[in-house]
Design a protein around this ligand. Structure first.
Ligand code: COA
Length: 297
């Protein structure tokens, strides 16, 4: 699908995207690149990185891949440094690396819980912390007028509660808190905007095939009326809005991009029944108003 944004809205920017070699991360890499940014991708798998970088380059995008695991502070530091050395500046950090699997709370080991916290929550903070010195207003390679931008990929799981996702719910709640707190502290001190995106179910992603195999997906519409698969493109467009000047007054928010899904409730009564019932109840209360003693009627 064509982007509705001008092709130069990220011209001259350098974006470092963790988990940028596959899924939503790769779509953000591609769209940021198509809109003028140079792209550094961080990921654990060399093969995935190499293939992502060559695809980006074939689209005329300046791109480099750096192997690393966001759980390892040394990797985080090295990749941020390499991005700066390679491109001469770092303007945007997108934390898209994530870990997930379905498991009941009682079957999840504390180490399984910790693994996802380490990737999603601690990894996000570690990357932000390492990138800070390049994102600050007046940092090497950037002017003294504006600070950079951080974008954290979150979820909606923790707004209520989600079956078999206690680890990710806890991890994304921490990510959202990190987004708001950094927006406050670094927005004030360094003019850095920190925002998030909470995607709904996005087709054709590793997350989707792990968390909603076909057996589950076909049942989802029964209890979630607004259930509709999104596309990676939808998330990338939201990211472009937040990263471009169009989002210059947006700080500390996590934009939900899920078609309203998280608000879904099963419909407990058909519309026609509600209409009849509602009128009948009203008629009854007119004939016998609630709270008025029968003796006064
Ligand atoms: N069910 C229950 N527990 C699981 C599990 C599952 N499906 N998969 C992993 N775990 C547990 C392991 O048993 C282990 O705990 P233990 O030591 O108490 O047994 C812990 O999680 C770590 O697992 P391990 O396989 O050693 O971790 P890893 O670092 O190799 O992999 C994962 C990390 C598990 C998050 C892996 O799925 C991953 O790399 N994911 C990245 C990609 C991804 O998930 N994308 C989707 C994004 S939405």
């Amino acid at each position: 699908m064509e982007s509705p944004f001008k092709a130069d809205i990220l011209k001259g920017k350098v974006a470092l995207i963790t988990g940028g070699g596959s899924g939503i991360g790769f779509e953000i890499s591609t769209q940021f690149g198509k809109h003028g940014a140079s792209i550094a991708i961080m990921g654990r798998r060399k093969q995935v990185l190499d293939s992502a970088v060559s695809t980006l380059q074939s689209l005329g995008i300046k791109a480099a891949g750096f192997e690393g695991d966001v759980r390892k502070p040394d990797d985080a530091r090295r990749v941020v440094e390499s991005t700066f050395k390679h491109f001469g500046q770092v303007d945007i950090l997108v934390n898209a690396a994530a870990g997930n699997f379905l498991v009941s709370a009682e079957d999840l080991s504390p180490n399984g819980f910790k693994t996802v916290m380490d990737i999603d929550s601690v990894g996000t903070f570690t990357m932000c912390h390492e990138a800070l010195k390049y994102l600050k207003k007046g940092a090497p390679g950037r002017g003294s007028t504006n600070g950079g931008l951080i974008l954290n990929i979150s979820a909606t799981l923790h707004y209520t509660a989600s079956w078999y996702q206690i680890h990710v719910s806890a991890a994304k709640a921490a990510v959202d808190a990190t987004t708001r707190n950094l927006a406050l502290e670094w927005g004030t001190d360094y003019d850095i905007r920190v925002n998030g995106i909470a995607p709904g179910p996005i087709g054709d992603t590793p997350g989707m095939s792990k968390l909603a195999p076909d057996e589950i997906e076909s049942k989802a519409r029964d209890y979630m009326p607004l259930y509709k698969l999104g596309e990676r493109w939808d998330i990338a467009m939201a990211a472009l809005y937040l990263a471009s000047d169009a989002g210059k007054y947006v700080n500390g928010t996590t934009l939900i991009v899920d078609g309203g899904l998280w608000l879904s409730r099963p419909r407990h009564l058909p519309k026609e029944v509600v209409k009849q019932l509602s009128r009948a109840v009203e008629k009854r209360s007119r004939e016998k108003p609630v709270g008025v003693p029968t003796s006064k009627l």
